[in-house]
Design a protein around this ligand. Sequence first.
Ligand SMILES: [Zn+2]
Ligand SMILES: [Zn+2]
Length: 286
Amino acid sequence: MSTPTPQRLPGRARPRKEVLGECEAEVARMRERLPQVLWAFVIPDLALVFRWRVQLDCGCVLEVLTREDETPPHEVQWQEHAHGSDLPHGQMICWHDDSPAPPYRVIDEWGERREVTFPADPVEPRDDTDPKVWSLIRHDEPHTSAFWRVKLACGHSEEAVAPSLDWTPASGPHRADPQRVQQMSAEFEEAWRTNPELQTQRDREHTRRMLADGWPSPQLERLCYTCPQVRMIMAYERVGWLVPRPRKTETRARVTPRPSRSALERRLQRAEAEAKHLRAELDQLE
Ligand SMILES: [Zn+2]
Ligand SMILES: [Zn+2]
C-alpha cells in the first residue's frame, strides 16, 4: 500500500471555534476529575494541538488532533477503544454497524495477566439457558479466573481466559486425550448434521481446527473484535492549529533576503574605496 500523502480532501473542516470549545470543555472535565499534581502530565496543552482531516479506506473523512504538527496522522499510533491498546501504524477505528463478524486470529504473544473474581451464579438460569444445562455449568461458589492480554497475529489486542490460575504461557497448552478428541469429533459431526444452525460456518471451522490440534486449552486463537472496525488511513489534509499562532511565512517575509555574493563584493569595494579616501584625508591633516 502506498504511503498516504497530504492532499485536499472532500468536504470541509469543522469551525475551529466549535472544536476549540469542545476541547476546552474536556480539559475542564479532566481538571475536575484529576488531582492538580497530574494536570501537567495528563491534560494536553491546547496551544500545541494541531488539527488534521484523514480519509479512511471505508470512505469516511474524520477530523483528528495531534500534539504539534510534525507527525502526520498515519505515523501516529491511534488507540482502539475497548482496551485502549495501540493499533498498528496507519490504522484507525471507524465503526460501521454493517461490518463483517469478528474473525478468529492466532494468538502470537501473551502479555499482562489480571485476576477477576466472580460472585456465585444465581440458581435460576440466565437468559433462556435450559435449566438442566444451567445446573451443570453454573458456579455455586464465587470463583476467580485469570485473564491474559494477548497480541493476535493481526497486530490487535484481546483478552483470553487461562485454563487455571497457575497456568503460565511457559506451561504451554494442555491437550485432551486423543481418544476423547476422536469421540468429540464424531459427536460434533453428528450435532452439525442434525442441527445445521448449531454453529456458524466460522465457528464450525474454528471447532474443526481445535479438534485437529487435539483440543488445546487455552485455545490458541481468539476472536478479534478490532479487525472488522479497523480502517487504513489513505490520505490526509493539514487543517491548522487549534489555537491560532503567528504565521511563520509572514515572519520570514519581513526578514531582509540574504544578499548575493556579487552584491556583497560591490559593497566591500565601496567600503574599501571609502576607507582609502578617509585615510588620504587623515594623511593631509597630519
Ligand atoms: Zn468509516
Ligand atoms: Zn485484528
